[in-house]
Design a protein around this ligand. Sequence first.
Ligand SMILES: Cc1ncc(COP(=O)(O)O)c(C=O)c1O
Length: 369
Amino acid sequence: MPPLKTRLHGGDIYGAARELNRDPDEILDFSASINPLGPSSHVWKAITASRHLLSHYPDPHCWDLRQALATFWCTDPEQIAVGNGSTELIDVLPRALGIHRLLVVQPTFSEYAAAMRRAGGQATSLYADRSDQYAIPIDRLCRVMETGRSEGRSINGIVLCHPNSPTGQACSGDDVARLAAAARRRGFWLVIDEAFADYCPERSVLPHAASWPHVVVLRSMTKFYALPGLRVGYAVATPTVVRRLRRQLPPWSVSVMGQVAAVAALNDASHARQSLRFMAQERERFKMLLAALPGCLVLPTHTNYFLMELPRGRHAREMTEQLRNEGLLVRDCSSVPGCNARSIRLAVRSQQENNRLIQALSNLLHDGV
Ligand SMILES: Cc1ncc(COP(=O)(O)O)c(C=O)c1O
């Protein structure tokens, strides 16, 4: 067998389509966790109605979108910075805030450490316990905050992916507030990535964080609003921090259609409710089917994806490649620090698509016996 590739992120339907000599539309992507109901119908209408704007530069200040977000969150537009996906904001954060050593709670999204490396800083890790189903180790985190050191080195920032990817774990809003208080006492930056918090709004700290001077909350229009191709994310923080962030962003980084679509998506409360209802039901059904696969362990989640461990003796990387050959993309988590070699992350998609994945997994697991 040729050496298996390590793929850093999910969602590359184009690469898979090229390799398999297929059309990207034929690839079923369980590796990026996007709302299976797709974008709101308001988005299509808004994009069509804004076609004439394509021959203009986008609004560099994202004024309408910041206004819509401020209304949505009952805050001020000056407390919002919009980026080309939250990835762009993650990228500029170390430079904007002067973070030189960032504490990352593993296993988690790889871009925090990657952004630190690009900015010439370092990331240091604290590991959640698998035996605790990767629960966010909030007490240990607070202790690190008190000493200001991790792995023997001083830190000045911490990032919490909340809920976390790929584990699906979240702690209570009160626990995050405790962490924020500890960070504040030490003068550390706390970045809270809420890219998946739309699925557990009761755990979000965004409504409070706008008044915490050392906290930045990141949100994404990619996942719940199903706009990954348009690249829109935003940060909520105090006006001073927002100004620092915006100074690091390149001009016009958020496209016309990204801005228009994000406003339309935010204003469709009915699609949001329908999406949450669908997810609550289909997630349970999918979980039961996954858990019934021989030897598989499915971890609990607060989001629209599951971290699953394959049976002993199986390797996530091989399974990912085998599914890929069938046009099914799942996220191989074997290279995510803190995850074991049997870990894969699976998005919840439509009922029919989920059934197809279950069938494929079942065939492959039985073939291997
Ligand atoms: C936890 C987390 N945060 C942020 C992002 C970046 O999302 P985007 O740049 O599309 O807003 C991702 C993407 O996979 C993610 O998983």
